[in-house]
Design a protein around this ligand. Structure first.
Ligand code: NAD
Length: 352
């Protein structure tokens, strides 16, 4: 794959740097979308992509998403991402992780990596044996190196804001469907149950389902969870949960969850809006993890300060909801406009 092919990709969107490595140890890509606000920070995903082109599409979209996420989270960070092509269950070796560490290091700090789906905190620590440009690997800390608990806390704050905005109520008694109870979904389920919400979950992994059930959630099949008769649908599994075939089956009046790229396309945001569903833009509500990673990177573990910062996700969402109602623009469009105004250096309207 050459630079011309990369630049002609429909998702290229003025990326500052995209590099590919293909050798005996590693096939991977690193993308830096925009670094106007600071160094590009974003996780390293490992997935058995069928083609290099699929990995390129993913890394470009995810990296761009990180620019928007950090901008609206009020962080001095840019957006980047990396992907390793391979099966994380069978193909992850120390040699591969060291080779990835070397690849990250070759960006000289313009890209800082962290865990993502298919990589763990300990994988990032192994990369960290070859580069200092890693995040999220702190140990023996109250929040740990894993950003998932604080991602879940941010989603919790966002759901609470959306419920207050749309339903004029508190979480107690609110019915919520959580799709995917992995790292984030399970923490979220526990917080929601603790605040008196009724939670139904679905997951393709039966062990994860059992854990959620033990906490007090009820269970539905993964094929039906988006159709649940609930107030809030919280996608916390893979991207694309809101698509042409699911949109007409969603009964919730709020969509608010952790998953990245929940809308199969930006256009589907218009259908969500037209149906009167309040959508909390994914990269706004799931920013708790990157906020945590930022403070880890600074060596600042003042938990009250971090929680306060994450609480501001609620204020940012509220401004997006208001602007969407006033302008009749879908919330995903409003969020994009706000984020672009921040990282392109125009007035910061939506950042709380
Ligand atoms: P995870 O892999 O731990 O959990 C995902 C869960 O979804 C798994 O339990 C998996 O079995 C389940 N799942 C997969 N397909 C499913 C389906 N069709 N129906 C129901 N369940 C299904 O991942 P995670 O770290 O919890 O992240 C969840 C989502 O949130 C991802 O989209 C991720 O990109 C996003 N996110 C995570 C973080 C973080 O800090 N971990 C931060 C921001 C965004």
């Amino acid at each position: 794959m050459n630079h011309l092919e990369i630049q002609n990709h429909p998702d290229f969107d003025q990326h500052e740097m995209v590099e590919v490595i293909q050798d005996e140890n590693l096939t991977a890509l690193i993308a830096v979308h925009n670094s106007n606000l600071g160094p590009a920070v974003g996780g390293c995903r490992m997935y058995p992509y069928a083609e290099l082109g699929d990995a390129l599409t993913d890394v470009l979209r995810l990296s761009r998403g990180m620019t928007y996420k950090s901008a609206l989270a009020g962080l001095p960070l840019g957006g980047g991402k990396s992907v390793i092509i391979g099966n994380p269950k069978t193909e992850k070796t120390t040699e591969l992780l060291h080779a990835m560490g070397d690849f990250v290091d070759s960006f000289d700090g313009r890209y800082i990596t962290a865990e993502d789906s298919g990589t763990s905190v300990s994988d990032i620590a192994t990369m960290g044996e070859r580069t200092t440009f890693v995040s999220g690997v702190m140990k023996n800390d109250q929040f740990g190196g894993d950003p998932s608990p604080l991602t879940a806390y941010g989603v919790f704050v966002g759901i609470r804001e959306a419920v207050s905005y749309r339903l004029n109520g508190a979480l107690e008694g609110t019915r919520i469907a959580v799709q995917g109870v992995g790292n984030v979904g399970l923490y979220l389920t526990k917080m929601l149950l603790k605040s008196g919400a009724t939670v139904v979950v679905a997951d393709v992994n039966t062990e994860n389902v059992a854990r959620a059930k033990e906490c007090g959630a009820s269970v539905m099949s993964p094929a039906d969870i988006h159709k649940a008769d609930v107030d809030v649908f919280a996608p916390c599994a893979l991207g694309g949960a809101i698509n042409e075939s699911t949109i007409d089956e969603i009964r919730a009046s709020i969509i608010a969850g952790a998953a990245n790229n929940q809308l199969a396309s930006p256009e589907i945001g218009q259908s969500v809006f037209d149906k009167g569903i309040l959508y909390a833009p994914d990269y706004v509500i799931n920013a708790g993890g990157i906020i945590d990673v930022f403070y880890q990177q600074c060596g600042d573990r003042d938990h009250d300060k971090i929680s306060d910062h994450i609480d501001r996700i609620g204020t940012t969402l509220s401004r997006i909801f208001d602007e969407s109602a006033q302008s009749s623009l879908p919330t995903n469009r409003v969020a994009d406009q706000y984020a672009a105004s921040v990282f392109l250096g125009q007035p910061r309207r939506a950042v709380a």
